[in-house]
Design a binder for this molecule. Structure first.
Ligand SMILES: [Fe+2]
Ligand SMILES: [Fe+2]
Length: 286
């Protein structure tokens, strides 16, 4: 869906946007160019996954400043967040920069934060990292449980208890970026967090999926938001280098693709009071 075709925001809701992984210079340029159109489309809070913002892998302090200074309110990350050493201190000092929550105790930075919505209320944003085909981290399901327990939203709601209110129970307005490789792991999290968070959106594969929905319990879900990158490309990278790696089965440096780009992500409308999601739209801005 383009921004021009988004339906109006329901009056009781806040509109929030999450952009998929920002890849390299072109990704940063197209993401920053989308800030004004997203604001014009009613987005109050702009979140982007920045884990590929610096040269295609990781995010350095310079790119954190560029994206936050250019209008993004929160940056989530993922498995590549540790690539650039100068970001380590920033993870401790900059509350708008999140690393995945489920790293071991003592890891620099934080995995969640509460961010004010200019129209009233606030949004909890959390970042989780999957374990399937990735590093054997602490369990993201239990990490989510521990976070939600602290908010009085302790128990998984699936299957929905009999008598559960249509549209789900009130909750803290919240967005979880689940940065994971396996679609099944993301879908499992959809059921685990159903009715407990406002929106659960996958990142990391860089390929936008077509399964955006609001569940019967009022949780927005999308398996993967896609990416902000040059297009055409292979998940944001120069096709020649990627094809060479597959053809030769030898290391080839992936170079971020440059040229015309596009922005992919998700826009959702969440009740300021009650935290149920009312609508979700996968977006692509060329
Ligand atoms: Fe990524
Ligand atoms: Fe990733």
């Amino acid at each position: 869906m383009t921004l021009a075709s988004l339906p109006p925001r329901p009056p009781s809701a806040a509109r929030v946007a999450l952009l998929g992984d920002v890849v390299g210079k072109t990704g940063r340029e197209v993401a920053l160019a989308a800030v004004r159109p997203l604001r014009d489309a009613g987005a109050e809070l702009l979140v982007a996954n920045g884990e590929n913002a610096s040269g295609g892998t990781g995010i350095a302090a310079k790119e954190v400043r560029e994206l936050l200074g250019g209008g993004f309110d929160v940056l989530t990350t993922g498995n590549h967040v540790w690539k650039h050493k100068d970001v380590l201190k920033m993870l401790d000092d900059e509350p708008r920069l999140l690393r995945p929550l489920n790293y071991p105790p003592g890891t620099p930075g934080r995995g969640h934060g509460s961010f004010p919505l200019p129209g009233g209320g606030s949004l909890l944003v959390a970042c989780l990292l999957g374990r399937t085909f990735l590093e054997p981290l602490d369990c993201p399901f239990r990490a989510a449980d521990a976070l939600l327990a602290g908010l009085g939203l302790g128990e998984p709601a699936w299957p929905p208890p009999s008598g559960a209110p249509a549209g789900g129970a009130p909750r803290t307005p919240s967005l979880v970026d689940f940065h994971a490789e396996a679609t099944a792991e993301k879908l499992a999290m959809r059921f685990h967090l159903d009715g407990r968070v406002s929106a659960l959106v996958g990142t990391h594969t860089h390929v936008q999926t077509s399964d955006a929905e609001v569940t019967a319990l009022g949780t927005a879900y999308l398996t993967d938001a896609g990416c902000c990158s040059a297009w055409p490309s292979v998940i944001g990278f120069e096709p020649q280098s990627v094809v060479a790696r597959f053809r030769t089965v030898r290391p080839h440096r992936y170079l971020p693709a440059e040229g015309p780009g596009r922005v992919e992500g998700v826009v959702f409308d969440v009740e300021r009071e009650g935290g149920r999601c009312l609508a979700v739209h996968a977006i692509r801005v060329a």
